[in-house]
Design a protein around this ligand. Structure first.
Ligand SMILES: O=C(CO)[C@H](O)[C@H](O)COP(=O)(O)O
Ligand SMILES: [Fe+2]
Length: 209
């Protein structure tokens, strides 16, 4: 299991040390919120750039914005491994092509109320599928276990169609919810509050792995 700590719950006045505390992470998950697609604003390209310059871990950018086509180039750092957009947002097809042109992995995400079938028209282009296990917008919410049905379906779909995207879940991941994720076939978990509320973050990451 790969672990991507979400720095949404980190102490932003102390980012250097916060990054140091998660050095054994597989990816760093950046939650970008525009105040329109979700009812919250997080941080933008300037802080993300600073993060990218102060880590040697690859970045997993989660765009919760209405106009990803405008925002994608602003998060194309040397360390950006994936940029994930929501298929509920505007210009999905064009944005997928824009991410590919930047030679960055394409991530596609759906909110809990969006059916999995809405992903299928785009799925062949995806390097990563992100199943939200909370309503996007805030850290610290409860895990929606019913969303793992989508993960199980995706595992079957991937095998049947000989595809190779990674399956990621985001929201409410902790030591109690991780086993169900593993059993469902998840490849990457995003965990924010569980890791950053711990004293020893490295142990928290190891225990999820
Ligand atoms: O995308 C997100 C919220 O929209 C966050 O990545 C997610 O909520 C992580 O936080 P936590 O682990 O505290 O639930
Ligand atoms: Fe996220």
């Amino acid at each position: 299991m790969k672990v991507a700590p979400s720095i949404l719950t980190a102490d932003f006045t102390n980012l250097k040390e916060e990054l140091e505390s998660i050095k054994n992470a597989d990816y760093i998950h950046l939650d970008i919120m525009d105040g329109h697609f979700v009812p919250n604003i997080s941080f933008g390209p300037a802080i993300s750039k600073k993060i990218s310059e102060n880590t040697d871990i690859d970045l997993d950018v989660h765009l919760m914005v209405w106009q990803p086509l405008f925002w994608v180039p602003k998060f194309a750092f040397k360390r950006t491994k994936y940029i994930t957009i929501h298929i509920e947002s505007d210009d999905v097809k064009e944005t997928i092509e824009a991410i590919k042109e930047l030679e960055i992995g394409v991530g596609l995400s759906i909110k809990p109320k969006t059916p999995l079938k809405d992903l299928y028209p785009y799925i062949k282009k995806a390097d990563l599928i992100l199943i939200m296990t909370v309503e996007p917008g805030f850290g610290g919410q409860s895990f929606m276990e019913d969303q793992l049905t989508k993960v199980k379906e995706l595992v079957k779909y991937r095998e049947k169609n000989k595809l190779d995207f990674m399956i990621e879940v985001d929201g409410g991941i902790n030591d109690e919810t991780i086993d169900a994720c593993r059993e469902a076939g998840v490849d990457i978990v995003v965990a924010g509050s569980y890791i950053f509320n711990m004293k020893n973050r490295k142990e928290g990451i190891e225990s999820l792995k």
